[in-house]
Design a protein. Structure first.
Length: 307
């Protein structure tokens, strides 16, 4: 088998739902203000990075229906590991009983893109299926009295499984970047809460995502008109709207779950993609453009062919 395909997908959200009306009781804000600024109506809080990821991957494994001994390994994208060591990926690996390696990648909200690209290359070299999962529990590093972050951040997990295939490669092109000089606009010290310069993040994120996606599309020989589904990091509705406008992609071709899930960092892209898959928004041959950006500042894009 010389090609690759996405053969499994799954997602997980905590049971606890916190609405904007709940936040009104503890923050100087209101439902209308939050929706106008972020597009978020509710978010899910709770669970551990391990438990959410285990549930999401378990669902993906059922969809893929492959022998657990056939897997090459598992890659976890997360900014919120449950322990300093071992990596949370090892705990997920233990829970599921699959074969192969396990390791964590921390590239913030671009982590799932990084993990997908690395995982795809490993599928090609090992000729074995690889599990990719993004899982974050941002509520653990959120100051719930800070209006600038408490209204945005949430918890969740999403997973894809890439497998060797007789079809063409599912990954047609990618771009991965980082600018450590921008670390100060979005960071979280050990033991502390996440700090964010919202205006600067907005500006830098839109610029980086536009440049990155355009680079991938042009180098892959396509145009934005060929894209059937744009799957951006679910950071803020206004960022996604602006990105669609700049890329000239109609918003109806954008995958969005931010209204119900908030910003779940490494989990946001797979959550949006899995939601689109479950709603039958993709058919064989469709082009999917994923793009993410986050602390670091990291960013990246990947062009997929659905099969």
């Amino acid at each position: 088998m010389s090609g690759t395909s996405i053969v499994g997908w799954g997602m997980s959200l905590p049971d606890k739902v916190v609405t904007n009306f709940d936040l009104e009781k503890v923050l100087d804000t209101n439902n209308d203000w939050i929706i106008e600024r972020t597009g978020i109506r509710q978010r899910h809080l709770g669970g551990s990075t391990e438990s959410l990821a285990t549930t999401a991957v378990s669902e993906a494994l059922k969809v893929a229906d492959l022998d657990l001994d056939s897997y090459g390994g598992l890659i976890l994208a997360t900014t919120t590991p449950d322990k300093t060591t071992p990596g949370t990926s090892a705990l997920i690996h233990k829970n599921l009983g699959i074969s192969g390696f396990a390791f964590d990648i921390n590239a913030a909200c671009a982590g799932f893109i990084y993990s997908f690209v690395v995982g795809h290359q490993l599928v090609k070299s090992m000729n074995k299926p690889i599990v990719i999962v993004g899982s974050d529990t941002l509520s653990r590093i959120t100051d719930m009295t800070d209006r600038s972050t408490a209204i945005l951040l949430a918890d969740g997990a999403g997973s894809l499984i890439i497998s060797p295939s007789d079809a063409d490669d599912c990954l047609l092109g990618f771009d991965l970047q980082v600018d450590g000089n921008l670390e100060e606009i979005l960071y979280c010290d050990l033991g502390g809460y996440l700090k964010m310069n919202g205006k600067e993040v907005f500006k830098r994120a839109v610029r980086a995502a536009e440049k990155s996606t355009t680079k991938v599309i042009e180098e892959s020989g396509y145009t934005m008109a060929d894209i059937k589904l744009l799957v951006p990091h679910q950071a803020n509705q206004r960022i996604m709207d602006t990105l669609c406008d700049r890329l000239k992609i109609p918003y109806e071709r954008c995958a969005s779950v931010i209204e119900e899930t908030g910003n779940t960092s490494s989990a946001s892209i797979p959550l949006a993609l899995v939601d689109a898959i479950k709603k039958n928004r993709l058919k064989a041959g469709d082009l999917v453009l994923m793009t993410g950006f986050g602390a670091g500042m990291t960013w990246g894009s990947a062009l997929l062919k659905w099969g």
